[in-house]
Every structure is written in structure tokens, then in C-alpha cells.
Design a protein around this ligand. Structure first.
Ligand SMILES: Cc1cc2nc3c(=O)[nH]c(=O)nc-3n(C[C@H](O)[C@H](O)[C@H](O)COP(=O)(O)OP(=O)(O)OC[C@H]3O[C@@H](n4cnc5c(N)ncnc54)[C@H](O)[C@@H]3O)c2cc1C
Length: 411
């Protein structure tokens, strides 16, 4: 029999990650008595790994259009971000003593240590009297009218902030999906996102270990499905780097649906595709004496140059002066749109976020389950995911604030 704690607005938060800690703080600030259950021996384990340990906690270029998933499509992400924006986020951390440092739009705590962010969240929970129960894995939530029972206690409202399936060693093992399903809520299949793109194209062998500036376009069944730009890392299994990561959720979803996925790589992303031909002609005319194998010296990595020549059917020993306009056209075509078939992505152990989760149609604007009043969801367990750059933590924080405030007012 669950023990009924005294007082109104007793709230359970399940999961002590970015979303759960934020929900606990904002529910407490509204006067609720909050108990947070965390299965690890400490809260915020994943938070410590974010941004390579520096924690890119938000981005000054925030827009709901950057997000994917049913919550983005249904306008829920927009509403939630409006309730607690990137500016609110920076101001919130500043109020707790964490100054921000900006790098290309990304905000980090000034000392660039994720522990600073986690510490102030913990301190604020302590100050507000949040009861943090570590080493407490919640297996099930029961609704025994009019309360929810979690562990040995009963609560007016429950906030599920168990994260997704990304980096399961940090504690996020998808438990919230089962909890949602137990209340008959639909869950969009969770898949890895912000991860590498795999290929088994044979020609790709030989270029691994190379980094290059690139523009990427993702194609699903031949139709353009996304684009990005940045430093591309060519690795043994395929392509990695932020620009590849940002397309991986769309690729994972398409591959899961059995669709054909390919990538077009532009190795001269700062030159218009139409101008690449003229640029290469200038290079040829500038150094006609050079052999083709040295045609790209100073522009591309040697092995990448060899690949381009091989694909264009040009022998390395041929003099640049003998490269015909047709050869140059062939090279420009390859360099600005090298096609790579994508047949997989990294798995959950190698991804940064989960795409999929509790579907927006199940939730109201305050992230409460329409079918189960008093049951809230926030963070990665919800079907919303963003690109690299602080967008996923901003979603975790904003949705935690929304669920925390609304749960406090509930009941
Ligand atoms: C390596 C890495 C780097 C990243 N870097 C960035 C970055 O720089 N910027 C950015 O915006 N995003 C980044 N992300 C993504 C971001 O960290 C997540 O989207 C965000 O932390 C999700 O927060 P959450 O609170 O929803 O889930 P989580 O942080 O996963 O927290 C969920 C918590 O719930 C606990 N839990 C789970 N099940 C139970 C249960 N049954 N009972 C009790 N407790 C439970 C877990 O132990 C965990 O502590 C990164 C992710 C990874 C893996």
C-alpha cells in the first residue's frame, strides 16, 4: 500500500537528467513538494558528457523549425520554447551563478565545464528542498484514483523525464516508453539520431581518416530530404562529424521505413556548383605542366585527389595541360556532388539523441497526457529532437520547465 505524503501538490519526477532536474526546480518554485527518483547513484550523468564535457546548453539562433518529430510538426515544440526561451535559459543559469560563453551561436558555461551546469541545478534542488532519491529505479507507475503511486509513495502528479535510448550507459534505457505504453499512449519508434552515417560503397575504402569541409545533401528515394554544411570526417564505416550527425535522424527514419538513402557530398561548398568548372579550368591553365596526380595539391588531401581522378577515369600521369574540358566537367561534377549510398547509422551506444518517443497527439500544451491527467512527460522521452548545437538541452530544459510548472498547478 503506497504511503500518502502530507500536503497538496505532491509531485514525483522520474529521472534526474536535464529535463527532470529542471522540472523538479520549477515545480518546487511553484510551491510543490517534489520527490525525484534517479536510478543511477548520482543525477545528471549524461549532462556531464555533453558538448565533450563543456556542455553546449543552448543556442542564440533558436528556432522550432530546426526540430524534428511529431512534437515539432504539431507546433508543441514552438509553444514549449516560447514558455522558456534560449534567453530565459541563459538568464536562468546566470541567476544561479553560471555565466555564458558564446562560440558560433552555441552557449557554454563560462568555464566550459559541464559540471558547472549540473552543480547549480543540484544546488537549486537542494535549496528548494527537492527530495532526491538516487539508486531508485522506477519500474512502474500505478494510477489509484485520485493519485499516482510511484515506489512506496503516492503523488498528485508524476513527471516522466527518463530520457530516450541514446548513450544507454548514462542510464537512459528507454524506460519511459514502457511507462507511456502502460497508460495506452502511443510512442513513435525510437531510433538513433546525431550519429554517423554508414556506407558499404566499395570505392569509399581508402579515404578513411580524412577530414574535409563539405556541403551535404541527403536524398530519400531520390528526393532531397535535408542539407547541412561543415567539417566532414571520412571514417572506416562511412561519414561522421556534426554535418553528418544533423542528417542522421532523417536517414535513420527513412532506412527504418525501407527507403533508399543516399548522400551527395560537395567538397567545394564555398564555390557555387556552376562556378566549380571555371575554377578547375583556371587551375589547369595556371599549372599546365603539372601531372594530374598533383592537380589538386594544396586543395584536397592526396587520397581524396586520387579518388576524384579514379572516379573521373583520369590517369595520374596525364599532364594537366592534356585535361580536356570534358575531363574538367567530369571532375567538377564529382567534386561538387559525390554520391554515397547510406545503408545504416550508428546505434544507440554511438548516438547523442533519440528521435521518436511519446507522440505529440497524446500531450496537451503543458506536456500532460490527455488520457491520463496528472501524468506529464518532458525531455528526450517526448517525440522531439534537434540538431547539434545546444538544441536538445534547450528542449530538455524548456520542456522540464513546462511540465514542472503545469504539474505544480495540477490537482
Ligand atoms: C555524448 C553526448 C553529448 C551531448 N552533447 C549535447 C550538447 O552539447 N548539447 C545539447 O543540447 N545536447 C547534447 N546531447 C543531448 C542531450 O544530452 C540530451 O538530449 C538531454 O540530456 C536529454 O535530457 P533528459 O533529461 O531528457 O534525459 P537524460 O539526460 O537521458 O536523463 C534521464 C535520466 O533518467 C534516469 N532514468 C531512466 N530511467 C529511469 C527509471 N526507470 N527510474 C529512475 N531513473 C531513470 C536516467 O538514469 C537519467 O539520469 C548530448 C548527448 C550525448 C549522449
Amino acid at each position: 500500500m503506497a504511503k500518502v505524503l502530507s500536503g497538496k501538490n505532491r509531485i514525483a519526477v522520474i529521472g534526474g537528467g536535464a529535463a527532470g532536474l529542471m522540472a523538479a526546480i520549477f515545480a518546487s518554485r511553484e510551491g510543490s513538494k517534489v520527490t525525484l527518483f534517479e536510478k543511477n547513484d548520482r543525477v545528471g550523468r549524461k549532462l556531464l558528457q555533453t558538448g565533450n564535457g563543456k556542455c553546449n546548453f543552448t543556442n542564440i539562433n533558436m528556432d522550432e523549425s530546426f526540430y524534428h518529430g511529431s512534437a515539432a510538426e504539431a507546433g508543441l515544440v514552438k509553444k514549449v520554447l516560447e514558455g522558456f526561451s534560449e534567453e530565459d535559459c541563459a538568464a536562468f543559469f546566470k541567476s544561479l551563478g553560471v555565466e555564458s560563453r558564446e562560440r558560433k551561436g552555441c552557449l557554454y558555461p563560462y568555464p566550459e565545464t559541464a559540471s558547472a551546469v549540473l552543480d547549480v541545478l543540484r544546488f537549486e534542488c537542494e535549496r528548494l528542498g527537492v527530495n532526491i532519491c538516487i539508486d531508485r529505479e522506477i519500474k512502474a507507475i500505478k494510477f489509484i484514483k485520485p493519485n499516482y503511486s510511484v515506489g512506496d509513495f503516492s503523488f498528485n502528479a508524476v513527471i516522466i523525464a527518463t530520457g530516450g535510448l541514446a548513450a544507454p550507459k548514462t542510464g537512459s534505457t528507454g524506460d519511459g516508453y514502457g511507462m507511456a505504453k502502460a497508460f495506452s499512449l502511443s510512442v513513435n519508434k525510437p531510433l538513433p539520431a546525431l550519429t554517423l552515417l554508414k556506407t558499404s560503397d566499395k570505392w569509399f575504402k581508402g579515404v578513411e581518416g580524412i577530414r574535409a569541409e563539405a556541403g551535404l545533401r541527403l536524398f530519400v528515394d531520390g528526393k532531397a530530404a535535408g542539407e547541412s554544411k561543415g567539417e566532414l570526417q571520412l571514417i572506416k564505416e562511412g561519414v561522421s562529424g556534426i554535418c553528418a550527425f544533423d542528417l542522421s535522424g532523417t536517414a535513420a527514419r527513412a532506412l527504418d521505413a525501407g527507403l533508399e538513402v543516399s548522400l551527395s557530398i560537395d567538397f567545394l561548398p564555398n564555390i557555387e556548383a556552376s562556378a566549380v568548372y571555371d575554377y578547375l579550368k583556371e587551375r589547369r591553365d595556371g599549372h599546365p605542366e603539372r601531372r594530374a596526380e598533383f592537380f589538386f595539391t594544396g586543395l584536397f588531401h592526396k587520397r581524396l585527389s586520387e579518388l576524384f581522378l579514379r572516379k573521373a577515369g583520369i590517369a595520374g600521369a596525364k599532364a594537366a595541360a592534356c585535361l580536356t574540358d570534358k575531363d574538367i566537367a567530369g571532375l567538377s561534377h564529382i567534386i561538387s556532388g559525390l554520391r554515397l549510398n547510406i545503408d545504416g547509422t550508428g546505434d544507440f551506444s554511438r548516438c547523442q539523441v533519440t528521435c521518436g518517443g511519446v507522440m505529440a497527439k497524446e500531450l496537451n500544451d503543458n506536456l500532460m497526457a490527455k488520457k491520463s491527467p496528472g501524468l506529464f512527460f518532458c525531455g528526450e522521452v517526448v517525440d522531439a529532437d534537434g540538431p547539434c548545437g545546444g538544441y536538445n538541452l534547450q528542449w530538455a530544459f524548456s520542456s522540464g520547465v513546462a511540465a514542472g510548472r503545469a504539474a505544480a498547478l495540477y490537482g
